[in-house]
Design a protein around this ligand. Structure first.
Ligand code: 5GP
Ligand code: ZN
Length: 115
């Protein structure tokens, strides 16, 4: 499915729900997480509705590669100079709450780190 009318991130892509955008092109939208865990907490999503990593196919590899590869510059542009974390929660046991594939890119000092 390329668009799910009940999906919160599809609504965000459509502009039906506002977001603080950090980057956008034909295929990808990047915005600030509404409940950030750290000074910089970005979510990167494909504009096409892919529910999770489970549904990703080899044809999606260039898209996912592009999403991963843009993170270092995005973080730098947001003042993150000392490292960051990339996370993709997947499915129920993976702690995924929004069923539209998203990469968390989390940076800044480490209050969010476990242990
Ligand atoms: P998950 O647990 O699925 O990996 O992460 C979903 C993330 O989406 C959470 O960190 C949550 O704060 C964020 N989120 C949920 N709804 C919205 C929204 O409407 N706008 C924004 N900007 N972030 C959202
Ligand atoms: Zn969606």
């Amino acid at each position: 499915m390329s668009h799910d009318p009940n999906c919160i991130f599809c609504k965000l892509v459509d502009g039906k729900i506002p977001s603080r955008k950090a980057y956008e092109d034909d295929e990808i939208l990047v915005f600030h997480d509404i409940s950030p865990w750290a000074p910089v907490h970005l979510l990167l999503i494909p504009k096409r509705h892919i529910p999770s990593m489970v549904e990703v196919t080899p044809a999606d590899a260039p898209l996912l590669g592009r999403m991963m590869a843009m993170i270092p510059k995005l973080m730098l542009d947001h003042g993150v100079t000392n490292g960051f974390r990339i996370m993709v929660n997947t499915g129920q046991d993976g702690g995924q709450e929004v069923a539209h594939l998203h990469l968390h890119a989390i940076g800044g000092p480490r209050p969010w780190a476990k242990g």
